[in-house]
Design a protein around this ligand. Structure first.
Ligand code: ZN
Length: 148
């Protein structure tokens, strides 16, 4: 199944509006917005994922730049993001930053109507107001415990 870019764009607008309602420091809002933008692009260009309401399995295909052998597999949800192809957390998540994997999970949640059901029936101004969409963008957890 191919992603419908127009619907994904709406999901992105919902996420962006919801972002404004989050009680996040400005730099985190900025990083989340960037993560959502990247997720939107990747999901259209390389829709290699398996989405379920509680988790997203995502394949990250290396770009020529990174010159990496093989793909990276991520499992992401609202709270966490980890590598499946090797044990451990996603690097960005480990460092306490939003990653595009978690952003993709949330975007697809909106896309499939799991989060903010009814967002697609709303008009643009309602969307811009946040559409009463409550995204759970958790702040970085204390990852010290993961460092061994
Ligand atoms: Zn990640």
């Amino acid at each position: 199944m191919k992603i419908n870019p127009a619907r994904l764009e709406t999901a992105f607008a919902v996420a962006e509006a919801a972002l404004k309602n989050q009680d996040l420091p400005a730099y985190m809002t900025k990083r989340w917005r960037r993560a959502f933008a990247k997720a939107k692009e990747r999901l259209i260009e390389r829709p290699f994922f398996s989405w379920q309401p509680e988790r997203l399995i995502l394949v990250s295909v290396p770009t020529e730049k990174t010159n990496e052998l093989g793909c990276r597999f991520y499992e992401a949800n609202e709270q966490t993001c980890r590598r499946v192809d090797k044990s451990g957390l996603c690097q960005a998540f480990f460092e306490g930053f939003p990653c595009w994997h978690r952003a993709a999970f949330l975007l697809l949640g909106i896309y499939f109507g799991e989060i903010c059901a009814g967002a697609f029936e709303k008009n643009q101004s309602q969307l811009a107001g946040g559409a009463n969409c409550q995204l759970k963008l958790t702040l970085p957890i204390d990852t010290c415990a993961n460092r061994s």
